[in-house]
Design a protein around this ligand. Structure first.
Ligand code: IPE
Ligand code: IPE
Ligand code: MG
Length: 243
């Protein structure tokens, strides 16, 4: 029997809305930040499971533009955790052939965090086993707006480009998005029982399969990741056609 990845229908790009850290901590009578710490373990587990299952892109929603509105203390703790986790995880990610990327409104990030991100992205840029994309200070509407601005600036810079604009199709617009070059997610999984996108990959997720699970993010480990991939393999994606 041919057991190639194609015949198994393994998703190329799996995306995670990592939700429920606060509730996980509260259930244990601990501070919310304790749930964020534990959530890093889940990221590690999912990266390993993604490599093992043959997924090529794993994206994770780590911090939304809206999350800047949380209490300063929690924002500071999350940002400090990002710096620490990236620095700590990088050697293992690099060893395992993981290319690391961060996408989002990086102008809002502290210089120290931007520095770590640049170092990690540079160090792993030639790896190709798995691309791990952290969506940080990201929102779908922000992304579409910044893409529209970039496109407009190209035309302002050279009015001859106006023809190109009139002929542009949706694939042509892709190159202005923060996710340019990354295939659209095949599967978006949200943990913690919430059934909403919370301003995630609005454009890129137009045809993604959506899976909402009750598991809280710190409890989402290898078995849960494998189950999500298994769920995807059974979906029939019709893209509006009749099959
Ligand atoms: C997800 O967990 C992590 C981030 C959004 C940064 P939450 O912090 O949203 O946890 P809950 O949803 O309050 O339980
Ligand atoms: C979405 O979770 C953002 C991330 C997972 C980073 P939130 O917990 O911020 O979303 P809402 O507020 O429940 O919509
Ligand atoms: Mg939440």
């Amino acid at each position: 029997m041919n057991m190639s990845k194609e015949s198994l229908n393994i998703p190329v790009h799996v995306s995670m809305i990592m939700d429920g850290n606060g509730r996980w901590a509260k259930e244990r009578g601990k501070e919310r930040v304790y749930g964020h710490f534990e959530g890093v373990e889940s990221v590690r587990a999912c990266v390993e499971a993604a490599v093992e299952t043959g997924v090529k892109y794993l994206s994770i929603y780590a911090f939304s533009e809206e999350n800047w509105n949380r209490p300063q203390e929690e924002v500071d703790a999350l940002m400090a955790l990002m710096v620490k986790a990236m620095a700590a995880e990088m050697p293992a990610l690099d060893r395992n052939g993981v290319r690391f990327m961060v996408i989002g409104n990086r102008e809002r990030l502290a210089p120290e965090l931007n520095e770590v991100i640049d170092t990690c992205m540079k160090q792993t840029e030639h790896n190709d086993t798995l691309t791990l994309i952290v969506l940080l200070s990201y929102s779908g509407k922000w992304d579409i707006l910044q893409a529209a601005k970039k496109m407009a600036m190209e035309i302002v810079g050279n009015p001859d480009n106006a023809d190109e604009l009139l002929n542009m199709d949706v694939d042509g617009f892709d190159r202005f998005l923060a996710t340019a070059g990354i295939p659209d997610p095949d599967l978006i999984v949200r943990t913690s029982g919430e059934c909403r996108l919370s301003n995630y990959l609005l454009w890129q997720g137009a045809y993604s399969e959506l899976l909402f699970v009750d598991t809280l993010w710190p409890d989402f480990r290898k078995d849960e990741f494998r189950a999500a991939v298994e769920y995807y393999t059974k979906r029939d994606r019709r893209y509006g056609k009749v099959k």
